[in-house]
Design a protein around this ligand. Structure first.
Ligand code: ADP
Ligand code: MG
Ligand code: MG
Ligand code: MG
Ligand code: MG
Ligand code: MG
Length: 695
């Protein structure tokens, strides 16, 4: 939605007073759309991706690469470009019969960020999967054309020196503005639209202190130990929040960050699916949930924060902490007096609910400690919603609305969903269940949100296409990925470890297939989707027997392939730099066979009509994912670590300085230029280990 610049965003004390009103109107709007849309049938199988970019200011002559704060100018230039539609239908590789509207560019939290989506969602045809990569390249090219010659859209998840001492933005501003009150980043780092600074300020205000984003530092040979973040200033006295670091906000051995921008300034790759109806949407939400952490580890791309190597590979927990608005009471640090609940997770976290009425969803899979608002649940039940979905929304609605515009509070408008969306869209979970909009013009959608953005569009397309294919396999074979939701949480934490893709094991369901004989034979017969008639009886037996620890190699490629490539993975995991690195990812011989997701995708593709050319090109995407899971190819996180480790300026002290950052960004820009020209990555020294073996 768009916001008028003249609107008044309430500060926290005033917003808090209106929280109950916003929640109650939000629930009424939800019930309105629920009753309108619950019977919607036969919506088309559509999907769409979102790619986020950092904008950097780079030139060979300048000693530093900087973040460019030109979001507004770039978006304005895009908006006023009358030729966009021709560009979208020019030489971008899209088939001439499907005219594609121009890509859509969106603002994001960081004033150095952009987001781009396709002009319209993708359809069900396999051929359309091949349009994704050219379309992503088109978006990148169009974005670049609306920037200054020295500005580039790049898809690193984070800018390595965001928040480092000295100048890191173009233009530069002094730190410690009134909204963020950060020691490290100026208020001007955020999109200036009143919504964004208010979001940051009200989160800080609700918490009663600044957000605390502490990432374990990577301990290299010459890293002083214990390590104390040398960029923290203990002597500031401008804001009350300057006391935070004197009160222990910055513990030893952690990189310390104190503002929303350190999390929400990261870039990701999201995929939204439209289901044919409510039931299928709820099934997709549940079945994709356990894949979130696996895909997070596979796309790992975030090894540097604030100029230091981190001991983690992904962005997730940092965003979670960067928008954690919980009070000391909610965090369990003080007895509950003013607040209603202890809340175990940030409002940005892995999801805590399953929502399907699938008979295979055993009560044991649900979170026994789920916090919900009972009154809200009762209102939803009274309004005709079933228990499970009412529980889901009553869980999301334990949160306060953070940004409230007083103009929205005049009267309840049931032809809108603004109050519902206020709560829904600030529950940043790794899956999002998206009801239709107020006009009911589109269907029930499910968003897969855990993936890190990849450096090249080849990779971004590969991961998008992989998730689409997995979703088709899930629906065609009626696969069952259920494990207890708390195990999904554990997996999410596991995914943070350095090289988790190679060195860790994740809880995963042993048998994905429906358990009745009829259902099993229909699944292995490949082409017959199972139907409600083959719905298996409710399973029994200990839940713990249904899942086990597996390496990502085993999950993605299957037991046989994982065994065959175990040596590769072990070597890759220990390659040179880090003799201390442990691996528990050895797949044990006595365990039962697991087929692997890629072999399942392949048998699905065998069973449907895909032309040879399409199949070959899909194979290049599957190959990337297969090899990344086995360690034959590196994650971006590993590649970046290697790049830093080998840089002549690197002192083995975990510090990623300006020159290293500049050269890293230069390499990323060069990779992007090679990709735009369609050149192979072979023989390109910049991509050693990472993409070189491809295409
Ligand atoms: P948000 O930021 O709230 O997730 P965006 O509009 O940025 O939403 O992105 C939503 C994605 O969903 C885009 O890729 C868009 O193409 C896609 N999309 C839009 N309409 C549909 C639909 N009916 N079904 C599936 N995907 C859709
Ligand atoms: Mg978006
Ligand atoms: Mg968004
Ligand atoms: Mg976004
Ligand atoms: Mg999204
Ligand atoms: Mg790695």
């Amino acid at each position: 939605r768009t916001f008028s610049a003249a609107w008044t965003a309430l500060d926290w004390p005033n917003a808090k007073k209106q929280a109950n009103l916003v929640r109650s109107w939000g629930i009424k709007q939800l019930l309105e759309i629920w009753n309108k849309a619950k019977g919607k049938e036969a919506d088309a199988m559509l999907w769409g991706d979102e790619v986020e970019y950092l904008v950097v200011s780079y030139s060979e002559q300048d000693p530093k690469v900087l973040l460019s704060l030109k979001q507004a100018d770039i978006l304005e230039a895009l908006e006023h470009d009358k030729g966009l539609s021709e560009k979208a239908n020019g030489q971008n590789g899209s088939s001439p019969q499907t005219s594609q509207p121009p890509p859509v560019f969106h603002p994001e939290f960081g004033r150095f960020m952009l987001e781009a989506t396709p002009g319209k969602p993708w359809g069900i045809e396999f051929k359309e999967l091949l349009e994704v990569e050219p379309n992503m390249k088109l978006r990148r090219r169009i974005a670049k054309e609306h920037m200054l010659p020295n500005e580039y859209p790049i898809t690193l998840t984070t800018f390595p020196r965001l928040g480092s001492p000295g100048v890191f933005t173009d233009p530069s501003y002094p730190v410690s503005g009134p909204k963020l009150r950060s020691q490290f980043v100026p208020d001007e780092i955020a999109n200036p639209h009143i919504r964004f600074p208010t979001l940051a300020a009200n989160i800080r205000s609700r918490r009663g202190r600044k957000v605390q984003v502490n990432v374990p530092v990577f301990r290299d040979e010459k890293t002083p130990w214990p390590w104390r973040d040398p960029t923290v200033n203990y002597d500031l006295h401008q804001w009350p929040e300057d006391d935070d670091v004197r009160n222990g906000a910055a513990p030893d051995n952690f990189i310390h960050m104190d503002a929303m921008a350190f999390g929400m300034g990261s870039c990701c790759l999201q995929i939204t699916f439209q289901a044919k109806n409510l039931t299928e949407g709820r099934q997709m939400y549940d079945q994709l949930s356990p894949l979130g952490p696996i895909l997070l580890a596979l796309t790992a791309a975030t090894p540097i924060y604030k100029g230091f190597l981190a001991d983690t590979d992904v962005r997730w927990n940092q965003i979670s902490n960067a928008v954690d608005d919980r009070t000391p009471e909610e965090l369990g640090e003080k007895p509950l007096v003013n607040d209603r609940w202890r809340i175990p997770k940030s409002r940005y976290a892995s999801n805590s609910t399953y929502i399907s009425e699938d008979a295979r969803l055993r009560p044991e899979y649900l979170d026994p400690d789920l916090v919900i608002d009972e009154d809200i649940k009762q209102q939803l039940l009274d309004g005709g919603m079933d228990d499970r979905l009412a529980t889901h929304f009553a869980h999301l609605f334990i949160r306060d609305p953070i940004v409230i515009f007083s103009e929205d509070l005049k009267e309840l408008d049931l032809s809108k969903t603004d109050h519902f969306e206020n709560i829904q869209s600030t529950n940043w979970q790794h899956m999002r269940f998206k009801p239709p909009p107020a006009d009911n013009s589109i269907g029930w959608r499910v968003e897969f949100r855990s993936m890190e953005v990849q450096i090249t569009d080849f990779e971004n397309a590969a991961f998008a296409v992989f998730i689409v294919l997995i979703t088709r396999v899930i629906l065609s074979y009626n696969l069952n990925f259920y494990i207890p939701i708390t195990k999904v949480d554990e997996n999410m934490q596991t995914a943070h470890a350095r090289d988790a893709v190679l060195t860790r094991r994740f809880y995963f369901r042993r048998n994905l297939f429906p358990t009745t004989r009829a259902a099993r034979s229909s699944a292995s017969g490949a082409s017959t989707p199972s139907t409600a008639a083959s719905r298996p009886p409710t399973p029994t037996g200990p839940v713990e027997n249904e899942y086990r620890l597996m390496s990502i190699n085993e999950i993605i490629n299957g037991t046989a392939y994982a065994k065959a490539t175990a040596a590769v993975a072990a070597t890759a995991a220990n390659r040179g730099d880090d003799p201390s690195s442990q691996t528990d990812a050895v797949d044990k011989d006595e365990e039962d066979e697991f087929p692997g997701l890629i072999p399942l995708v392949e048998s699905y593709l065998d069973s449907v009509n895909v032309d040879v050319d399409t199949r070959c090109r899909l194979a290049t995407y599957l190959d990337l994912i297969r090899k990344r899971a086995s360690g034959e190819l590196w994650t971006a996180a590993r590649w970046i670590r290697q790049f830093v480790a080998r840089h002549p300026e690197y002192q083995k002290d975990s510090v990623v300085g300006d020159k290293i950052t500049k050269d890293l960004v230069a390499a990323v820009i060069r990779v992007g230029e090679l990709e735009a020209r369609g050149e192979a990555f072979r023989d390109v020294p910049e991509v050693e280990g990472f993409l070189r073996e491809l295409r």
